[in-house]
Design a protein around this ligand. Structure first.
Ligand SMILES: C[S@@+](CC[C@H](N)C(=O)[O-])C[C@H]1O[C@@H](n2cnc3c(N)ncnc32)[C@H](O)[C@@H]1O
Length: 251
């Protein structure tokens, strides 16, 4: 049996290209980043969070980075991303940040008090091995990522058109169960929230995915099928991100 594996050079290419348009899109990631920060602040004491070393994984253009700097005053801030151009957007905005460019699945990061990430772990090929490695090198790890249920209106539409589209997103309950088992000796908190989005048409939704670099799976659909679907669906298209939040804290 052949297992699905992301091609990291395609992911990196998509996000490099999107680094210039990411900020221009009406991006729900701002709201999710705020909620990641709220999630960690509400579950950890002030002493655990302020004036600490913080590593952010998959920082993108720095949506969450800015919130961290404004609210947690880290003594050291390290930003990681697979895309060099995304990292460039962050260093342009903020001084004194250390950057580590590359695949978080392959990198041995230095120890940090807090490791944080928003909307990046869904791109890992081996989520659990990577999460284990990251947590071994931190007091607190917190992340958000879209889970199965995200863009389900799109998959339903593919079904109606007889197109095969396999979601590679994890099931919320699976991840929650595995995190609780893996980190049984730690405090583990999981939560889930949905973020609805409305687009003028299916075409606008695809444009949004392209602008934020999240167009990886579209390569699987034949061009003429895609065009037919877009032409047929030029009315309002509503969909949502189904997002998991997870925090692991040393006891
Ligand atoms: C959807 S963006 C989210 C960016 C930012 N955290 C936000 O909330 O706006 C996902 C980011 O994760 C990065 N990424 C994807 N796979 C990665 C990996 N294996 N290691 C490091 N970064 C990765 C991408 O380059 C991209 O910048």
């Amino acid at each position: 049996m052949k297992y699905f594996r992301y091609d990291k050079s395609t992911i990196s290419y998509n996000f490099d290209r999107a680094s210039e348009t990411y900020g221009a899109s009406d991006c729900i990631h701002h709201n999710i980043a705020k909620d990641v920060l709220g999630f960690v602040v509400s579950r950890c004491c002030v002493d655990c969070l302020y004036d600490k070393s913080i590593l952010e994984i998959g920082c993108g253009t720095g949506v969450l980075t800015s919130l961290i700097l404004e609210n947690l005053y880290p003594i050291q801030m390290i930003c990681n991303d697979l895309s060099e151009r995304m990292l460039g957007c962050v260093t342009k905005q903020h001084q004194g940040i250390f950057t580590i460019c590359g695949d978080a699945e392959d990198i041995d990061f230095p120890f940090c008090n807090l490791v944080i990430s928003s909307m990046a772990f869904q791109w890992f090929n081996d989520l659990y091995a990577t999460v284990r490695k990251i947590k071994d090198n931190a007091n607190i790890m917190v992340f958000s990522m879209p889970v199965f249920g995200t863009f389900c209106e799109l998959y339903q539409m593919y079904d109606r058109y007889g197109l095969e589209f396999k979601s590679v997103l994890h099931e919320y309950e699976d991840v929650k169960r595995k995190m609780l088992m893996e980190f049984a000796g730690n405090a583990v908190f999981c939560d889930r929230r949905q973020y609805s989005m409305k687009f003028a048409s299916l075409k606008c939704f695809y444009r949004y995915l392209w602008m934020i670099g999240a167009n990886y799976n579209i390569h699987n659909i034949a061009q003429n099928d895609l065009v037919a679907m877009i032409m047929d669906n030029d009315n309002e298209f509503t969909t949502c991100y189904d997002v998991m939040f997870c925090l692991v804290h040393n006891l």
